[in-house]
Design a protein around this ligand. Structure first.
Ligand SMILES: [Zn+2]
Length: 158
């Protein structure tokens, strides 16, 4: 019997110790002018103004690469590719955040409906909305419908 342990990181210098997968992120506060400077106009309109990118236009809608999705505004790790699923709704969809303390929830009554907005817990950037009970057959029966422009994929190193 051969035990195959997938550990490709052997030999990699550990100069970059990323954030741990647990623990609440440090709050990130910047002025509106700083956000405008750091973010592209599209990123700014979604992350800071709560906008929504057009469906099927985001770069991560059908992304399958294994890795971690971080907040594009502040870098906090928010979602893992393992929880991404094909919802065919036009936006990247996850059934759970990387950890519950990475996101915060706000009741959103705009557009004549009651939805739950999802924001980055660290910088309060708008990510998207979470829906549940839609019958996608995922472990949580939730769909975190997230704008690609709010995320940045960090592919797993191999
Ligand atoms: Zn953030």
């Amino acid at each position: 019997m051969t035990s195959t342990s997938p550990n490709p990181s052997a030999g990699t210098p550990s100069a970059d110790t990323g954030p741990e997968a647990s623990g609440a992120p440090e709050p990130v506060r910047r002025s509106d002018a700083e956000w405008r400077e750091r973010l592209s106009p599209e990123e700014y309109s979604v992350l800071r103004l709560g906008g929504t990118e057009r469906p099927y236009t985001g770069e991560y809608t059908d992304e399958k690469t294994v890795g971690v999705y971080s907040c594009r505004a502040c870098g906090t790790e928010l979602f893992r590719s393992e929880t991404k699923f094909d919802s065919h709704c036009g936006w990247p969809s996850f059934y759970a955040p990387l950890a519950e303390d990475r996101v915060r929830y706000i009741s959103d009554r705009s557009l004549g409906m009651v939805r739950t907005e999802v924001r980055c817990a660290a910088c309060d950037g708008h990510l998207g909305h979470v829906f549940e009970g839609e019958g996608y057959g995922t472990p949580t029966d939730q769909r975190y419908c997230i704008n690609s422009v709010s995320l940045r994929l960090q592919p797993e190193r191999s």
